[in-house]
Design a protein around this ligand. Structure first.
Ligand code: ADP
Length: 534
């Protein structure tokens, strides 16, 4: 580092003989103050000699006071500016000559410290320059740290902006329609697919309340009121909303076309606060149409299969009853086999037909005040041969005060029939089966329990899928097509109830289903459920 002297030049000619008066503060209180303050103070005569220095100054230049007095200041002190340029003689000279010591004010570096220098020109009997020096190294370091932190923040900010830009580009280009709303349900984002799907110009909608600019309707064309909109529900409850399995939301295009949409709304949380929501919409109009056609096909095919099956059944019965003459042992066995297989086939066709009817929503629902005890008894009567063959004990308990519930007996009868058939079928001989019906709040709960095979825990998640049959059941029971529980769930859920179960392999199973006490709502459908008696 370059040594620079602080040179002080006389501005006015002073009398050479006149002894230099040193403004040594003689007052004891002043001494005390100057000795103890944190600032370094140094008084310099125009020839650069130190007239006074306080303790802080002596510590700063690492000398003792007595060695400083009378010595030229440049021996102890050299300053460089923040730009590493030394304080120049010409600048010092200018300060003296202009009687403007403030020219020297500024931030300097000295022995690894950062100093804030304030210079004062004093004209008394002689000229003096008072330097008040403050060590600002810490503040300066803090400032540098802050600068560094700001720089760092800017880099992070740029990175975040890049991520946001990438995310936005991704969201923009994905096939599903995506919108985002803020905590006030105002639209903040809409991707290209959403613009296309809703046939809108996103720029005109951003900032507006989403439920006011994007209207949804139910299947019957009735506008969904704002308080039922899933976007608002997601914001209110913090729970994801959606109807991915089945479209219940319809969007009407300007040309009147109704689009069936599968949608998923996910609330966006920042720590514990919900700051908005993301909505993803998929047009499933076509998929629904294909599904409808498939259901229609199964319905038609099943229907067509029933006539020849009935004929086979009819003729095999005729053979068995000897209408075509007496059968020998083998012939009779074969005819029985034909008859039994035909029964199974008719059951399968009926189940398929029923599923397609339920799925199409064309089913007639005809609720009639029903005593559940009687309904259950009629189901038991249908199954009594099977129950007796297996020597099962059957316990039935129906809450006395249930009264009559308006339900469709054909539909709910099928639910009891399938659950009870399963209990009987999948319980080895001499088993125990119970049916309990009780009231719970505004629902009626039916419980069917057996101590039979149970369902292996690894297969339970498939229980309500079409055609599912558990391995342990298939081994001991050939009868069954895996459609019963699917039908049970479809009927119960369309009646406003739920189905659930508990099962342990080797110990038994319990199935429960609920129905609203208020009963079922009537529906003017087109078809009825097939029962095996129809
Ligand atoms: P299916 O009885 O005609 O096979 P379901 O849909 O009624 O068809 O039942 C599906 C499968 O679930 C059955 O094959 C059986 O493996 C299992 N299951 C249903 N109910 C019971 C039960 N009570 N005990 C044991 N397994 C059962």
């Amino acid at each position: 580092m370059m040594l620079v002297t602080l040179m002080f030049f006389r501005k006015k000619a002073s009398t050479p003989n006149q002894p230099a008066t040193t403004p040594q503060p003689s007052n004891t209180w002043a001494d005390l103050v100057f000795a103890n303050i944190a600032e370094s103070i140094c008084v310099i005569a125009h020839d650069g000699s130190i007239r006074y220095a306080n303790d802080a100054f002596a510590r700063l230049v690492q000398e003792t006071n007595d060695k400083l007095i009378g010595q030229p200041v440049w021996r102890f002190m050299y300053l460089t500016g923040p730009d590493s340029q030394p304080l120049t003689i010409s600048k010092v000279a200018a300060a003296w000559s202009g009687e403007d010591a403030a020219l020297l004010n500024g931030i300097y570096h000295f022995k690894g410290k950062v100093l804030d220098v304030a210079a004062h020109y004093v004209m008394s009997s002689d000229e003096h320059m008072i330097l008040v020096i403050r060590d600002v190294s810490e503040t300066e370091q803090a400032r540098l740290d802050a600068d560094e932190a700001t720089k760092h923040l800017k880099i992070e900010q740029t990175k975040i902006q890049e991520i946001v830009a990438k995310d936005e580009a991704m969201l923009r280009s994905i096939g599903d329609a995506v919108i985002a709303i803020d905590k006030d349900a105002k639209l903040t984002f809409m991707n290209d697919s959403a613009e296309q799907l809703f046939a809108v110009d996103a720029a005109k909608l951003i900032g507006k309340p989403a439920v006011e600019v994007l209207h949804f309707y139910d299947e019957k064309g009735v506008l969904v009121p704002p308080d039922e909109r899933m976007l608002l529900k997601a914001l209110e409850t913090g729970e994801p909303q959606g109807n991915e399995e089945e479209a219940r939301s319809f969007y009407h295009l300007p040309n009147g076309t109704a689009l069936a949409l599968a949608l998923k709304i996910t609330p966006v949380r920042l720590k514990d606060t919900i700051i908005g929501a993301i909505g993803i919409y998929r047009d499933i109009t076509h998929a629904r149409e294909v599904d409808r056609m498939k259901t229609e096909f199964i319905s038609l095919a099943s229907h067509q299969l029933r006539t020849p099956l009935s004929a086979i059944k009819w003729f095999s019965e005729m053979l068995l009853s000897g209408d075509a003459g007496a059968l020998n042992g083998d012939q009779s066995d074969f005819a029985k086999n034909i008859s039994l297989s035909t029964d199974r086939m008719i059951q399968l066709v009926n189940s398929l037909l029923n599923i397609s009817r339920l799925e199409s929503g064309r089913i007639i629902i005809d609720p009639k005040p029903t005593n559940l005890k009687d309904l259950i008894q009629s189901v038991i009567n249908d199954l009594h041969t099977l129950i007796e063959e297996k020597h099962h004990t059957l316990v039935v308990s129906v809450h006395d005060k249930l009264g009559e519930i308006p339900i469709d007996q054909r539909l709910i009868g099928q639910v009891y029939l399938h659950l009870l058939t399963n209990a009987v079928r999948y319980t080895p001989s001499n088993g125990e089966i119970s049916i309990f019906v009780s009231a719970n709040g505004d629902h009626i709960i039916s419980q069917i329990t057996d101590n039979g095979l149970g369902i292996p825990v690894t297969q339970q998640k498939k229980l309500f899928q079409k055609f599912f049959r558990a391995e342990n059941a298939v081994k001991v029971e050939t009868d069954g097509n895996g459609l019963g529980l699917y039908l049970v769930r479809a009927i119960v859920e369309s009646s406003g109830g739920k189905v659930w179960y508990k099962s342990e392999e080797g110990k038994g199973s319990t199935f429960w289903f609920s129905l609203p006490k208020a009963g079922m709502k009537a529906q003017n459908g087109e078809v009825m459920l097939e029962t095996d008696h129809t």
